[in-house]
Ligand binder design. Structure first.
Ligand code: CIR
Length: 262
């Protein structure tokens, strides 16, 4: 039996295109280099495939500069998928671009229609779905999601993304059924009480956005102390260069939708 929160048969990714240079960013720390991003993206996809999963690789959607960050468009759960409604106006159209693919993969596809919510603010664990309110995810979006997933047997707990942090999962990720990797600033809010929490190394906050995908933890490259800590705790880690996505506040989780097909 697979654990549906970190053991996956499938992932969906989308290739970055030239419009990536217009992607949203909180702070301008340089223009992303498309060629480097394409190389990193290929390594990311190859790493997912190496775990035995099938990766549905979508072609680029040049009209949407942030479309490579597919995680924000949907939430995939064992019983169905929920199309999100991004809080960033320029990203709203990405959802329709994803819909047909999700309808091929899931017989039950529902939709957030009133509030705003982005997939990057959602952490699914064995016992609950944590949703971080943020500049992109509002109370109405959380309430709507709560109602939709209750039907599939999931409970939602509303938590808060730290100020100045883009998404809840910018600062945390699931490592296994009981364990969460988190920055200290997020864990200190108390939102992970009852879980085993491993902290990223001081000064390596950007390492918190990893993904556990089957037997592998995909970690952004350049955070050696956090990688050593993960090795000491028995995790298999693959480091993927993330320099270009990082210029757009994106990381490992943003680049895929992950799910199980029986
Ligand atoms: C944005 O600001 O929406 C994109 N530049 C980055 C999205 C990152 N997505 C994620 O953390 N799930």
């Amino acid at each position: 039996m697979r654990n549906p929160t970190f053991e996956f048969t499938h992932a969906i990714t989308r290739r970055p295109t030239a419009s990536i240079v217009d992607g949203l960013r909180a702070e301008d720390i340089g223009t992303p280099d498309l060629d480097q991003m394409l190389r990193d993206h290929a390594h990311y996809v190859a790493t997912l495939k190496a775990t035995g999963a099938e990766v549905i690789e979508l072609s680029g959607a040049d009209a949407f500069p942030d479309a490579v960050f597919v995680e924000d468009t949907a939430l995939c759960l064992p019983k169905g998928a929920v199309l999100m409604r991004p809080g960033a106006a320029s990203r709203l159209g990405e959802v329709a671009e994803m819909e047909a693919t999700l309808r091929e993969c899931f017989s039950d596809v529902r939709q957030i229609t009133k509030g705003h919510i982005e997939g990057g603010d959602i952490l699914v664990t064995d016992r609950e779905i944590l949703v971080g309110r943020s500049d992109r995810t509002d109370a109405a979006g959380v309430a709507e999601l709560t109602e939709i997933v209750a039907d599939w047997g999931h409970s939602v707990r509303e938590v808060f993304t730290p100020p100045g942090v883009l998404h809840f999962k910018t600062d945390c990720s699931l490592l296994d059924a009981d364990t969460i990797l988190s920055t200290k600033r997020l864990a200190e809010s108390g939102c992970f009480e009852g879980y085993r929490v491993l902290h990223v190394a001081e000064g390596e906050e950007a390492a918190a956005n990893t993904i556990r995908f089957n037997d592998t933890v995909l970690c952004p490259a350049g955070f050696p102390r956090t990688v050593s800590m993960l090795h000491e705790n028995g995790y298999k880690v693959v480091e993927v260069n993330n320099s270009e996505c990082a210029k757009l506040d994106g990381g490992m989780s943003c680049l895929s939708l992950r799910f199980n097909k029986a």
